[in-house]
Ligand binder design. Structure first.
Ligand code: NAD
Ligand code: DAU
Length: 348
């Protein structure tokens, strides 16, 4: 049995990665370490929680003593590190929380991994999950490649960039075997409704305004989360040590066009008259430091590892909408309590 530590496995992307690995690789033991912040949810993995090759551990990656003991106990050969504070708007309100988890927490994991293997890294791997936001913003043209310079603009992306640099530095300095992937915007089941798509789905269900930042002409490249999980599987198994890979959907949308498509699909799914949901669109104050455009050139992972997105955006969005409509209980649970305070502070 190979012991693999997946951090942040109860969050959005992490839960899809954990499920894929637990179901596909019965000869791996998957340890999901998650501190269950507002974004972590045990419900996300209810269907696999009793598998014999799966263990959930509640714990914080910034707790050095706890992490060191955990590595001594389980001697994880491989780490797939997803735990992070992940929302740009929250990073603007509370940047230090992002430095703590994303930078300091990553350092604690790197040190624990390095110390347990004492330079005997044969067959070991530290896989760090990162974002395209580290590259900053594009103008109207061009794509981010693996050699684009880092130029982060938000406290979130600066903290992710910093953690990427530390991972790379541990590779250069200590020979720590790492892989980094930088992915574009994910969407799909289990995403916390603070991010654009699930927030707007929830608001449309409840006939609440859809707060579009600025003029709505900001552009993102969207990827269905299960396609991201499959890319992680491929990069983990076949990626070259010391390499970084960009992952993207070849799927750019201006926010306002995406929102209009979402409104049209929601009207259809809810049996509402065409055009109903669009009337909820409300232009609001822009996000400070708002990056104009992200777009990924995913040629390297396609050519080297044979990965490609499997769904069109229309298909993925429909699946996503149906998941939220069929999982009203999930949505209700995560939007009660603290969520209301967050919403009030962010959008009032
Ligand atoms: P998420 O916010 O949904 O989940 C993060 C998870 O990490 C949660 O389960 C949370 O409880 C856990 N966590 C947070 N702080 C922790 C700590 N100190 N100790 C242990 N666990 C902790 O995030 P996500 O959207 O699933 O993103 C996962 C990773 O992928 C992040 O590293 C993010 O930067 C990266 N990423 C996200 C996207 C995206 O579009 N969502 C795109 C590219 C990369
Ligand atoms: O690019 C990858 C990144 O994508 C990940 O690293 C981040 O973890 C993830 O949160 C995401 O960042 P974005 O800031 O692009 O995602 P978000 O869903 O917050 O916003 C998408 C776009 O929609 C962005 O241009 C801001 C806009 N927006 C967002 C919200 C929440 C609105 O117009 N209104 C909103 O209420």
């Amino acid at each position: 049995m190979l012991n693999i530590l997946i951090t942040g496995g109860s969050g959005f992307i992490g839960s899809h990665v954990v499920r894929l690995f637990v179901e596909k690789y019965p000869n791996y033991h998957i340890y999901n370490l998650d501190s269950l912040t507002y974004a972590g949810n045990l419900e996300n993995l209810k269907d696999i929680e009793n598998y014999s090759n799966y263990t959930f551990i509640k714990g914080d990656i910034t707790d050095e003593d706890f992490i060191n003991k955990l590595f001594e106990k389980h001697r994880f050969e491989n780490v797939i590190h997803l735990a992070a504070e992940s929302h740009v708007d929250r990073s603007i309100k509370d940047p230090l929380a992002f430095v703590k988890t994303n930078v300091f927490g990553t350092m604690i994991l790197l040190n624990a991994f390095k110390d347990i293997w004492q330079n005997n890294f044969n067959g070991k791997k530290f896989y760090h999950i990162s974002t395209d936001e580290v590259y900053g913003t594009l103008g109207q043209t061009g794509l981010f490649t693996e050699t684009t310079s880092y130029d982060p603009n938000s406290p979130y992306s600066a903290s992710k960039a910093s953690s990427d640099h530390f991972v790379r530095a541990y590779g250069e300095t200590y020979g720590l075997p790492y892989i980094i992937t930088n992915c574009s915007n994910n969407y799909g089941p289990n995403q916390f409704p603070e991010k654009l798509i699930p927030l707007f789905i929830n608001n449309i269900i409840h006939n609440k305004p859809l707060p579009v930042y600025g003029d709505g002409n900001y552009t993102r490249d969207w990827l269905f989360v299960i396609d991201h999980a499959k890319a992680i599987d491929m990069a983990f198994h076949n990626g070259e040590i010391g390499e970084t890979y960009n992952i993207g959907g070849f799927n750019e949308w201006k926010n306002i066009n995406l929102v209009k498509l979402l409104c049209a699909q929601m009207d259809q799914e809810l049996g509402r008259e065409k055009g109903t949901s669009e009337t909820l669109i409300t232009y609001v104050k822009d996000r400070p430091g708002h990056d104009l455009r992200y777009a990924i050139d995913a040629t390297k992972i396609k050519n080297d590892l044979g990965w490609e997105p499997s769904l069109t955006f229309e298909e993925g969005l429909k699946k996503t909408i149906r998941w939220y409509l069929n999982n009203e209980g999930w949505l209700k649970n995560v939007t009660s309590g603290e969520y209301q305070n967050y919403y009030q502070k962010q959008y009032s």
